[in-house]
Design a protein around this ligand. Structure first.
Ligand SMILES: N[C@@H](CCC[C@H](N)C(=O)O)C(=O)O
Length: 261
């Protein structure tokens, strides 16, 4: 069978997308997804997504990590699939779609390459020593650090992701350093089992954790630089209640192609 795919990237977090509205692709196949995501033997990507029909919504987002396993919410993936839905003509400039963590609202620019995605509300931020632990659709560990540019994010992130506390389910590990009006963030992602160039739920977790640390209340806007570009997170904070959380940034079509599966 020939599989037509589209490659997107959101601040360097890259994904393979397939229009599966006609349900022609049976994607419950971890080995196949992992092979397509492989950067040497396949197309290459941090994850793979299928855009499918969902009654009551514009579409459903089905997300797999590059290890071939279905996982929790992917923020940059969510932004990319919204750009893809506009490209396909499924939506115009706004959408309500369903993802693994529930409904999401998003807005996409007229050019179709910039997306503002509403994330789930949050009420709980835990601590693990000095680190913050929270779930923004995916589980995240947030640790403040210095000299982030030369940090060994792969080995330090991998050790935390696999430690006694988190090893069974895994966790995404974000290292953060203040920079200008915002932060510089690098993330080790579970399911990719490597550092990625950006993580949307990760920078969202960082923005909420840093607002808690700095006791910022009301409406907050946090610019974050990642290896693959710049993202922005807007939200309202009242005590431990975080609402109207928006993850914003680029979502671009890179190329399309066809492979035999
Ligand atoms: N890159 C994503 C996060 C994808 C899910 C994550 N790897 C997990 O399994 O928890 C993002 O942009 O949020």
């Amino acid at each position: 069978m020939e599989l037509h795919f589209y490659k997107y990237q959101g601040a360097g977090n890259d994904f393979i997308l397939v229009d599966n509205r006609e349900n022609k692709v049976d994607h419950h196949n971890p080995a196949l997804i992992a092979r397509i995501c492989d950067r040497r033997f396949g197309v290459g990507g941090d994850g793979m997504m299928f855009l499918e029909n969902e009654p009551g919504y514009d579409f459903r987002m089905v997300y797999y990590n590059s290890d071939g396993q279905p996982s929790s919410m992917c923020g940059n993936g969510g932004r990319c699939i919204v750009a893809f839905a506009k490209f396909l003509g499924v939506i115009k400039d706004e959408t309500n779609f369903l993802a693994v963590d529930g409904p999401h609202y998003a807005k996409v620019s007229a050019e179709g390459d910039w997306v503002s995605l509403q994330m789930i509300d949050l009420e709980t931020i835990d601590r693990d020593g000095e680190a913050y632990v929270l779930n923004t659709g995916s589980p995240h560990y947030v640790q403040l650090t210095s000299d982030l540019a030369s940090k060994d994010v792969y080995h330090e992130g991998k050790a935390i992701r696999n430690n006694e506390t988190y090893g069974a389910k895994g966790i995404n590990v974000n290292f953060v350093e203040p920079e200008g009006d915002g932060y510089f963030v690098r993330t080790f992602e579970r399911g990719v089992e490597d550092e990625t160039f950006a993580c949307g739920t990760g920078v969202t977790a960082v923005a909420l954790a840093m607002a808690t640390r700095n006791d910022q209340s009301g409406t907050v806007s946090t610019p974050i630089r990642v290896l693959g570009g710049n993202l922005n997170i807007r939200f309202s904070r009242q005590g431990n209640h975080f609402t109207n959380i928006f993850l914003e940034g680029p979502a671009k079509l890179v190329f399309e192609g066809q492979i035999s599966i």
